[in-house]
Design a protein around this ligand. Structure first.
Ligand code: UDP
Length: 247
């Protein structure tokens, strides 16, 4: 698909393969796993939208995904304001658990890659407790010096699906490098979800999540790690409103 990097958020949303509901996401993952034809799906957030508008490469990355889903209220609001479309927001950490449950049911093998040694070990343990029959090929932290190590693991025990939690854009870059190497494996980036799963990072209370303010809770509870994200978020908000009024 041809798309110019100078285009608008509205134009981008129009061409992206955006999954609309949680049920649709799960159905698509189920089909992709059954087909075993590899590729990747991506959590879409305001930062990725802004990057896609500025960079042809990021844009192509999103366009070539099997699908993208709205991870956060920013994408849902833009879709409503610019396309009059209601899309369900699905957080990456919640989806990880749902997909893990699906893999347990379908007897598919998963792998975990990312986060600190301690957090990935605890995340692995949490998954094993929640889904005792889930087949987990390996769980490796995201601070490996030997880049060939994961490739070796992938070759010796090829998983059906790999959750990659290296943060953006690192995880997407890694996924792009792997998709051709492992054409039968499905990949997805999960950002800091292993930290959540391990219990090291606590999520916002339910009522804050329900009103779509988890992003604000994260900024307030982790100001040092999150302050760099405030400006791009503001720019995104301003741009969405500008495009809405231009109509
Ligand atoms: N991380 C990693 N290796 C790296 C850099 C980061 O494994 O070289 C991990 C980090 O430990 C954390 C996650 O990537 O678990 C990034 O989390 P963040 O919440 O920043 O990701 P986001 O979802 O916001 O992209």
């Amino acid at each position: 698909m041809n798309y110019r990097s100078t285009d608008s958020i509205r134009a981008l949303l129009k061409v992206l393969p955006l999954a609309i509901t949680h049920a649709e996401i799960m159905a698509r993952v189920q089909v992709l796993l059954a087909q075993g034809s590899g590729g990747y799906y991506i959590a879409l957030n305001p930062e990725k939208i802004m990057h896609a508008i500025a960079s042809q490469d990021v844009c192509q990355l999103l366009l070539q995904a099997h699908f993208v889903y709205a991870d956060g209220i920013g994408v849902a609001i833009a879709s409503k304001l610019l396309q009059q479309k209601n899309i369900e927001r699905v957080t990456g950490a919640d989806l990880l658990l749902d997909v893990a449950a699906l893999c347990e049911k379908e007897k598919k093998t998963i792998a975990l890659y990312g986060a600190s040694k301690d957090n990935i070990a605890k995340a692995l343990q949490a998954l094993q407790v929640a889904y005792p029959k889930l087949n987990i090929a390996f769980a490796v932290d995201g601070y490996q010096n030997d880049s060939g190590y994961i490739t070796q693991l992938m070759q010796s025990t090829p998983p059906d699906l790999v959750f990659v939690g290296l943060g953006s854009p690192k995880q997407e870059q890694w996924i792009i490098e792997q998709v051709n190497r492992f054409p039968q494996t499905l990949f997805t980036g999960v950002g800091g979800s292993f930290d959540v799963l391990s219990g090291a990072v606590t999520r916002a209370p339910q009522w804050i999540r329900r009103i779509g303010m988890e992003w604000l809770y994260r900024i307030v509870s982790q100001p040092l790690q999150r302050y760099k994200r405030i400006k791009p978020l503001m720019l995104y908000g301003v741009r969405v409103l500008k495009e809405r009024w231009k109509r």
